[in-house]
Design a protein around this ligand. Structure first.
Ligand SMILES: C[S@@+](CC[C@H](N)C(=O)[O-])C[C@H]1O[C@@H](n2cnc3c(N)ncnc32)[C@H](O)[C@@H]1O
Length: 276
């Protein structure tokens, strides 16, 4: 297999500064308003509950907007990502917005070596994180390794059914084109753009990604010693996941314009580490 990490990192390294400059990530709002939270974390609040005082790690934290938001809710946050330019943007944001966050460079699968085992009360991740990982069972073991017994996972992620859809069809029907279940070989994409508004032009446009069925993700967590405490499916996503078919809602979420009740766009999965 090609080194999927090198291919994907080149794409993320190039996109991180453009994302930080885009109005869609809204970095200036964090600096202007010490109470500002990302739309993603604001959406999470009812299910996330109180996190004040928790030691939290945000896996695949990208440019840190959600990491900073969680820190603003009172958690002591570490953000982990394998992209140095993304972490540089995160550090700049934390500094400029006066919100302390520790940012650590590591591949996801090496997180326990980078951060130590059993030291976290909360693992937070999602919104375009799992699709970059080939093996969901290995991811679940990383989550369990990072948590102390009784510690908690909170993930809101793109729904695998949504990831399986093709480009828009003229008849508006939702059809399945891409794998729903995890495959050994990645799907290989070559796309020049990104998911936020930007004038930036990119040269590293190939990515490798994998889908993971909801049952595969839930079972991987159970097998890693986690007890599932919540699974909610949502009829919106925080990004324009199906361009040309979605409408922007007042809360910053995107929703299928035509009969959104047909599709689970995202899910929130929560679990607690039971075994040592
Ligand atoms: C879509 S972003 C995560 C989104 C985040 N929720 C946000 O919107 O800010 C995906 C992130 O995963 C990171 N990433 C991808 N593969 C990774 C890996 N194998 N190890 C660590 N980070 C990885 C990328 O660098 C990127 O910052």
């Amino acid at each position: 297999m090609t080194d999927y990490r090198a291919v994907n990192r080149a794409s993320w390294d190039e996109r991180a500064p453009a994302h930080a400059a885009s109005p869609d990530y809204g970095l200036a709002k964090f600096v202007a308003d010490p109470g500002h939270l990302s739309d993603v974390v604001r959406f999470d609040l009812p299910l996330l509950g109180e996190i004040k005082g928790l030691r939290g790690v945000h896996l695949q934290c990208h440019i840190g907007t959600d990491t900073v938001s969680l820190a603003r809710l009172g958690a002591t946050m570490t953000g982990l990502d394998f992209s140095p330019p993304a972490l540089a943007e995160g550090r700049r944001l934390a500094e400029a917005s006066g919100t302390p966050v520790d940012f650590v460079e590591s591949d996801l699968y090496a997180a326990p070596e980078a951060l130590g085992r059993g030291g976290f009360d909360l693992v937070y991740t999602g919104i375009g994180a799992l699709c970059w990982l080939p093996d969901i069972r290995r991811w679940a073991r990383v989550v369990a390794d990072l948590l102390r017994p009784g510690g908690r996972l909170f993930i809101r992620e793109g729904h695998p059914m949504m990831w399986a859809l093709p480009d828009p069809r003229p008849d508006g029907l939702l059809a399945l084109q891409h794998p729903y279940f995890e495959q050994v070989e990645p799907e290989i994409w070559t796309e020049g753009g990104t998911y936020v508004a930007t004038d930036a032009k990119f040269v590293h446009n190939t990515t490798h990604s994998w889908n993971h069925g909801l049952g595969e993700t839930v079972t991987a967590l159970i097998d890693a010693g986690m007890a599932i405490t919540g699974l909610a499916e949502h009829d919106s996503a925080p990004w324009d996941a199906l361009p040309g078919q979605m409408t922007l809602l007042a809360n910053g979420e995107w929703q299928l314009t035509d009969r959104p009740e047909r599709l689970a766009h995202t899910y929130t999965l929560q679990a607690v580490k039971t075994s040592v």
